[in-house]
Design a protein around this ligand. Sequence first.
Ligand code: MD3
Ligand code: FE
Length: 216
Amino acid sequence: MIDLFGGEEPNQTTREEMAEGAVILRGFARHLEEDLLAAVREVAQLSPFRRMITPGGHVMSVAMTNCGQAGWVTNRQGYRYDAIDPETGKPWPPMPGSFIALAVSAAAEAGYCKFRPDACLINRYEPGARLSLHQDRNERDLANPIVSVSLGLPTIFQFGGLKRADPIKKYALRHGDVAVWGGPSRLCYHGVPILKDGEHPKVGRARLNLTFRRAL
Ligand code: MD3
Ligand code: FE
């Protein structure tokens, strides 16, 4: 086969607008899959995936870890961002360079050219895991968008409105898709239904989601 791109994949992406301020960049992270998966493994070696306890006392079905200056944590006391991993007693692993570059370029592509993440929450869904409908409002300045990267098994993401009872739209999120949520969409309710069983060639029986935030 003739190598037209000198080994570099072109970052060929199609945009799908979900709502004002919310866009899916289809396949935006695909060419980075190897780097991203290796970096997830390195983070998880230092701060392992764990299932946290909600303020209501339930064990979450999604396993989580973090990297960056701040990490999202929950326990009986509530939700918060913390510089220290409560499991290791040490700071979260630094955010890998490949993560920062991807989050900054995806945000810029979506029109948020000043976004600089300081927190990356890594969610791991195994078959049966889900994340019920919620808003993300623990970040200090809600003017900053959230960038999310999907890897592994696909899901049908649930995207609602500013009120819990607003109608829900559904969007497939597949391996390599990046979504950016900002402006009027930043406080929209959203959730992830029960993950169906399957096997992804690079990720195995799981879906990984990286969410990049400006927390502090
Ligand atoms: C829409 N994660 O970690 S990412 C979360 O796939 C979370 O793991 C999901 O919701 C996941 O909080 C969804 C997509 C996402 C993230 C933040 C949003 C959608 C959003 C904030 C506002 C509106
Ligand atoms: Fe969320």
